[in-house]
Design a protein around this ligand. Structure first.
Ligand code: HEC
Length: 123
């Protein structure tokens, strides 16, 4: 009787926390501080390909932690601007236009899609 009662409470808490399998996945990361990175194993298919473009392009001048922090918080770490879908687009274009970014327009498009997908896993 007592066990059933506790079980019901556990279920109720799980429902409140949104834990049931609703298809919601969260963004998985590894490390802390400057070593914070995305867990690459969570991406497959086109997202995996885009992740590789992101990794190659966006970690040349600063650590991956910078964009990853923005993804997690939804706010950029330095200027505190929104890192939502339109914000992601603005920042990727800004980064692409920095001298010697080496990022092409095609790569920028892929990175925007990737970051918007990654951000959707947090929201
Ligand atoms: C050519 C060097 C360079 C590359 C390549 C680069 N960044 Fe940056 N990034 C910077 C610098 C420098 C800053 C510091 C703020 C500024 O100057 O805008 C920065 C800042 C940031 C910030 C914080 C912005 C803020 O205002 O808080 C984010 C987020 C970011 N970069 C994401 C990215 C992403 C995503 C990519 C890949 C598309 C990327 N960066 C590629 C140089 C670069």
């Amino acid at each position: 009787m007592k066990a059933t009662y506790l079980y019901s409470i556990a279920i109720a808490i799980a429902i409140c926390l949104g834990l049931p399998a609703t298809g919601h996945t969260e963004l998985k990361t590894e490390g802390k501080g400057r070593k914070l990175v995305l867990d690459s194993s969570q991406f497959s298919g086109e997202h995996k390909t885009r992740y590789e473009v992101f990794k190659k392009s966006c970690c040349q001048c600063h650590v991956m932690a910078r964009p990853v922090n923005a993804l997690i918080k939804g706010v950029t770490p330095i200027s505190g601007e929104k890192f939502d879908a339109p914000g992601i687009k603005t920042y990727v274009v800004t980064m692409m236009r920095k001298p010697n970014s080496g990022i092409t327009r095609e790569q920028a498009k892929e990175i925007i899609k990737f970051l918007q997908h990654a951000r959707s896993l947090v929201e």
